[in-house]
Ligand binder design. Sequence first.
Ligand code: AMP
Length: 529
Amino acid sequence: MADEKPAMTCGIDLGTTNSAIAYIDEHGKSQVIPNSDNERITPSVVLFEDSEVIVGKIAKNSAVASPDRVIQFVKRHMGEEGWVKSFGGKDYTPETISALILKRIVQDAEKVSGRKVGSVVITVPAYFNEVERKATQDAGTIAGLNVVSILNEPTAAALAYGMDKLGEKRRVLVYDLGGGTFDVTIIEIDGTKIDVLATDGERRLGGVDWDDEIINLVAEKFKSEHGLDPRDDLEARQDLRNKAEDAKISLSKLDKVRILCQCQGKTTKVELTRDELEKITKGLLDQTETYLGVVLQKAKLTWKDIGTVLLVGGMTRMPAVRSMIERVTGLKPETGINPDECVAMGAAYYNAVLALQAKPSEEPELALQGQELKASIEEEVMILLQGVEVTNVNSHSLGIIGIRRSDMKLVAHKMIPKNTPIPAEITKPFGTEKANQVSVQIRIVEGESDNPEDCTEIGCCEIMDLPGGRPAGSLIDVTYSYTVDGRLSVTGKDRTSGKEARVEIVRSSGMDDKEIAAAQKDVVKIDVG
Ligand code: AMP
């Protein structure tokens, strides 16, 4: 039956704590597809039982009884080299674990809708670097999906919000505080043009850090009463983690909650008020406030220039988060948009935009999908989608390693600083280090520090066979060119001899094609209940 209807054009929000999938319906509107438990979001949690793998709510609920068999927050490890978990003699990377989450979501979406999932766009935090983006894309491929693009979460949120407001000009601030990551982005919607003006954030700041503060408070109280630390007991720790999260969520509605901490037959009851929670997590909220100012400054705007504040991520339901944003921006956040669903919905819209804009001769597969979509959606929406143009900025600086003349130290010099609108191209002259130098190495780094050790080296190229007998400081022109889809090409050209070297970096780190294919074979065999 599933094969009779056209495949769906989908967007997936692969979240730290929860994930969601949306598709474009027959009217051209993005709709969330509930999972087989009839829930619109699925916990990004995986339980490895002896003979089966379970993803979602059951896995989350099993975390207390089987903490050593449950993986949560894997998104925080995307692209992390060497991070693996072993179950039943098999190693699982963050990519493979994420693939299992994707597999469950897609499997459910197909079951519930009775249609196949066609192409997908998967979202990532704006602050993800190239390695983390590549890992996310690989997770999709391992899950057997046709991933047509990776999209920044705030851009997706702005698309979901802006779809019925395209045509108006407005600047939108997206404050995205999820379970594990945080970013702030300023986006300008003008006609059907969506421009990201500036973005910044923290990869490792989110709801779990708020939960940790509660865990620490309760655990210290327990320790002082019983001389025993529940954080040292795997089961008690997981139980406390769940209770801390429940308490935090309840305190968004209630003034006061009680947390019962149990460990090795002993019990401590702690009363926590909303005021106390706000006090112990103030440092975390302050960190996010600092980023608001930073991003506004980077976009060269004042708060008067911002028309709308969009809240994304479950944590933005916390009253303290909302009042901080209101105080800082002077604006009441937009309420007509669901912070848990807007990212997946925007990703599906973006997929439709790509499908409708694809040129048939270049991308036959995509064009086919576009036509299916065209046949079914309303003319007005189709014209809108076809006109959508999304431009972005880079979220990490791209630089070159060289020797600083003043102190002869190795430094990372920024070629394309972060928040530069992309595509971007820049050429700068550099000099050779020594006299009679016959080769030049161009080492490419990603990162914000001028200390090369704090940056990630992402590629290298070398100009060889330069003429001898030249003084130090002979000029080499280096060009960095960064395209919309994250391709960086670097060219070095010797000014006198014209000799050159070139390298293209295409999200090159992480798994290679062979490893991806092998992981894909494994994941196909795994039943994700
Ligand atoms: P997300 O990654 O967007 O799904 O956000 C999940 C995070 O939001 C988790 O840390 C949740 O505990 C948190 N969260 C969800 N609902 C609420 C709420 N009503 N109040 C406070 N935090 C919440």
